[in-house]
Design a binder for this molecule. Structure first.
Ligand code: ZN
Length: 127
């Protein structure tokens, strides 16, 4: 996994987050995601809410996110999108910006309060 282009540090919105170490152009791959750690539905159900936030539901599988992608925060105006096992920039991202994704698409069975502070924030994310 290539991780040189992002770093994990304290986020203004949700604890820790991932930040760009360089500029990314729209459609560029920001992160290659490690989707090899699958969980059964039974195991997923027993996780704490905090740990569930680190699990994505993709292609009908529960996948435990690994570092650094497990630190990726939700934003209602996300700057990346998960597609084909990669996290892809959907806008130009500048060095130092936080990398965010829209959990709505891929996290299963969780409601949470969003603090992304974007203009279009949905506040309570129901999935
Ligand atoms: Zn939001």
């Amino acid at each position: 996994m290539k991780t040189d282009d992002v770093i994990v540090k304290k986020s203004k919105t949700h604890g820790k987050g991932i930040f760009a170490v360089r500029d990314f152009k729209k459609d560029e791959i920001v992160l290659h995601l490690d989707f090899t750690h699958t969980l059964s539905k039974e195991v997923f159900k027993k996780l704490s809410k905090r740990n569930k936030m680190r699990v994505s539901f993709i292609n009908n599988k529960y996948i435990a996110m690994q570092s650094p992608e497990s630190y990726m925060n939700h934003s209602c105006e996300a700057n990346t999108l998960v597609k084909d096992f990669n996290d892809i920039a959907i806008v130009n991202i500048k060095k130092g910006e936080e990398i965010t994704t829209n959990y709505f698409r891929d996290v299963c069975g969780l409601n949470f309060i969003c603090k992304c502070k974007s203009k279009n924030c949905k506040k309570i994310i129901k999935i």
